[in-house]
Design a binder for this molecule. Structure first.
Ligand SMILES: C[S@@+](CC[C@H](N)C(=O)[O-])C[C@H]1O[C@@H](n2cnc3c(N)ncnc32)[C@H](O)[C@@H]1O
Length: 335
């Protein structure tokens, strides 16, 4: 079996331009706002992906263990979705695919006919995933794409007629606010065919203390992960952020139901960014918003499916009901 990955070239998409330019533009826009913000997708350079893996191993970060428990327990039920039909197992934001390997192993044992298409913006994570699969599961045909979610899906759809089973694990859906999640899921719906499936991990609303600990782990790995965004701006855009003058702050917004991460300036300061050619001023205690992690009620998951054209097939829970993997089917009336 072949196990490869392809880095999608901007030329594959007329409307995209150089990734470094896009990063610079997003940083310019985000740091020019009254309430400064940076997109969480930029947290994942190679170092960021490694730090995220370290977070998933922290005893304080429960979502990975919960989802692993679900995938181990329900691998056979999940496999039934496409038993007897050849399909693409497309994974959005695959990272290093640690939990996905549970499904890959079971699908292979059950002799399902599929190719695995992990899609991730982080080339570092993709290299690790692909080389690990070469060694541990050479029988799984793997064609990875280093790309934004939608460029990856578009690229795949132009080349493949198979049914699709899309995985969106790890509660990455929580990085979108509710309007953003609807837009994202509508886009996924639009690029899939009637009866294709989507399995999404949703982190559920729970004791606020458990949430706060998960995003402020005692060992400080989440803080390092968040601060790495400034390291990345320094390296890739010629920034002059002094890491000692910013701190990580993770808090739960009870009104919108989201954990939110910030980098807070510890003093009045100006930071020059060479590629952008200008300085940005920070006041003492001024925050940069870096990440949302929206938490859901079971009922909110079902409403979201209905609003975006999907039918809920199954809601799979861990033993503590901290997390759900929800399996939806694409419903296209008249198809
Ligand atoms: C929270 S991690 C989840 C990783 C893995 N799925 C898991 O469950 O442990 C999010 C992953 O999505 C990737 N990612 C974030 N934004 C992305 C985007 N816009 N397009 C493609 N991948 C993205 C990151 O590089 C990272 O590997």
């Amino acid at each position: 079996m072949s196990i490869t990955y392809k880095k999608l070239d901007p030329k594959d998409f007329e409307d995209s331009f150089d990734a470094n330019q896009a990063f610079a533009l997003d940083v310019l826009v985000g740091l020019s706002e009254t309430h400064k913000s940076l997109s969480s997708k930029y947290l994942y350079d190679s170092a960021g992906s490694e730090l995220f893996t370290a977070i998933t191993k922290s005893p304080d970060y429960y979502p990975t263990d919960c989802e692993r428990e679900i995938l181990v327990k329900y691998a056979d039920e999940i496999a039934q979705q496409f038993n007897g039909v050849a399909f693409n197992l497309v994974e959005l934001g695959a990272g290093i695919g640690e939990k996905t390997k549970i499904l890959l192993k079971r699908f292979t044992e059950l002799d399902l006919e599929f190719q695995y298409v992990p899609i991730d913006i982080s080339e570092g994570a993709m290299i690790e995933l692909v080389s690990d699969l070469k060694e541990t599961m050479p029988e799984v045909e793997t064609n990875g794409l280093v790309s934004e979610y939608f460029n990856g899906i578009k690229w795949l759809n132009n080349r493949n007629e198979r049914r699709n089973f899309v995985l969106f694990l790890g509660s990455s859906i929580g990085n979108f606010n509710h309007a953003g999640a609807r837009t994202f899921l509508r886009n996924v719906w639009n690029s899939l065919n009637h009866e294709d499936c989507l399995l999404t991990g949703f982190d559920l609303k729970k004791d606020i203390e458990a949430l706060l600990l998960a995003y402020n782990d005692v060992a400080g790995v989440t803080a390092q992960f968040n601060l790495n965004l400034l390291v990345r701006i320094n390296r890739e855009l010629g920034g002059t952020f002094d890491l000692n003058k910013f701190r990580h702050y993770g808090t739960y917004n009870v009104f919108n139901g989201a954990m939110e991460s910030f980098l807070v300036s510890m003093e009045d300061q100006d930071v020059y960014i060479e590629t952008i050619g200008r300085s940005f001023s920070f006041r003492e205690w001024e925050p940069i918003h870096t990440e949302y992690s929206y938490k859901y009620l079971e009922s909110e998951v079902k409403v979201l499916a209905a609003e975006t054209g999907f039918r809920v097939n199954k809601m799979l829970f861990d033993s503590r009901r901290f997390f759900t993997d929800s399996i939806w089917t694409v419903h296209k009336p008249g198809a």
